[in-house]
Design a protein. Structure first.
Lengths: 198, 118
């Protein structure tokens, strides 16, 4: 837990943490099937945190990479951001090229776009199933940016809606290698209320 | 051999599906949006449609309804990363013949196509 971070109340956290564990495990499995390599994704921390302190949980903010944003609608509304460093993104493209041949820039971006879609959708499917909610993603948007900018753009919008954010930080191992890739789940005030009230 | 319309906004997924289907000897027509899928269904007359759900402009569920309105016998396989049961049930209720959840492999795609054309 980060300094100043507030742990999710125990009565809520065990159920919510179980739902998030399951969602991340499903996400890891889907990614593994997509890239054809053994993949594991595990929860590193789940916290309720002040919106302004969220970036402190996501490592080096100056890292360049691909940010896949998906909005959540349905019972649990809000935002989901998957950020992978440029090194991680290039590793994924290389894996795909082994079976499909060389990919031009458009197809490589599309691969990362779909990777974000599949990873985030698998996470939402797992979360919906574990929590008994209906969660629908909006079409994913992919942008090349730095991690800090991707977070700030999302958190700026969040700060208007709520003071607190649900931080879900994950460890991700692909083909035996630790990858620099994180999932940020930010339910809005209504979505957070639904998740914590379950 | 079947003529298959693949509708997905992700060029990479269209490439992946096209590769699988063409290697198995099928003809492939592509659409990048739901509205393009509806147009191509009318103009190309495919045997089967593989339709992604999450697409901009017109999503796959809307496209499914439009295609089924124009041809109630249309054979549509929904192809999406959304595996939530309520979404699958809704698609089947709206006339989808089958549902495959991404990420998919060659065997699952060809099995879905085989079921759809049989």
């Amino acid at each position: 837990m980060s300094p100043g971070g507030m742990a999710v109340a125990q009565a809520v956290s065990s159920r919510l943490a179980t739902a998030i564990d399951r969602a991340l495990a499903d996400c890891g499995q889907a990614i593994g099937q997509f890239v054809g390599l053994a993949t594991a994704m595990r929860t590193r921390e789940v916290l309720l945190e002040a919106v302004l302190r969220v970036p402190a949980h996501y490592g080096d903010l100056d890292v360049t990479g691909a940010a896949a944003y998906v909005g959540m609608t349905g019972d649990v509304s809000g935002h989901c951001l998957l950020f992978m460093s440029e090194t991680t993104a290039k590793a994924l493209v290389r894996v795909a090229e082994e079976t499909l041949g060389p990919l031009d820039e458009t197809l490589a971006d599309s691969l990362l776009h779909e990777f974000g879609n599949i990873a985030v959708s698998a996470f939402m499917n797992g979360l919906a199933s574990a929590g008994g909610w209906r969660i629908l993603p909006t079409p994913p948007e992919l942008a090349w940016t730095v991690r800090g900018a991707a977070l700030q753009s999302l958190l700026g919008a969040m700060a208007v809606e709520t003071d607190l954010a649900l931080v879900v930080a994950a460890e991700w191992v692909l083909g035996g290698r630790d990858l620099d890739c994180g999932v940020l789940v930010l339910p809005d005030a209504r979505g957070l209320s639904v998740m914590l009230g379950a | 051999m079947a003529k298959v319309l693949v509708a997905d906004d992700a060029a990479f997924m269209r490439l992946r599906l096209r590769t699988i289907l063409q290697q198995a000897g099928h003809e492939v027509v592509e659409a990048a949006t739901g509205s393009e899928a509806v147009d191509k269904f009318a103009s190309e007359g495919p045997n089967v449609v593989f339709l992604d759900i999450t697409m901009p402009e017109m999503d796959g569920m809307e496209a499914l309804s439009a295609i089924k309105r124009s041809d109630p016998a249309a054979r549509v396989v929904m192809c999406t990363a959304l595996g939530q049961q309520n979404i699958i049930l809704q698609a089947v209720k709206d006339g989808a013949l089958d549902f495959i959840v991404k990420p998919f492999d060659q065997a699952r795609v060809l099995a879905a196509l085989s079921r759809a054309v049989s």
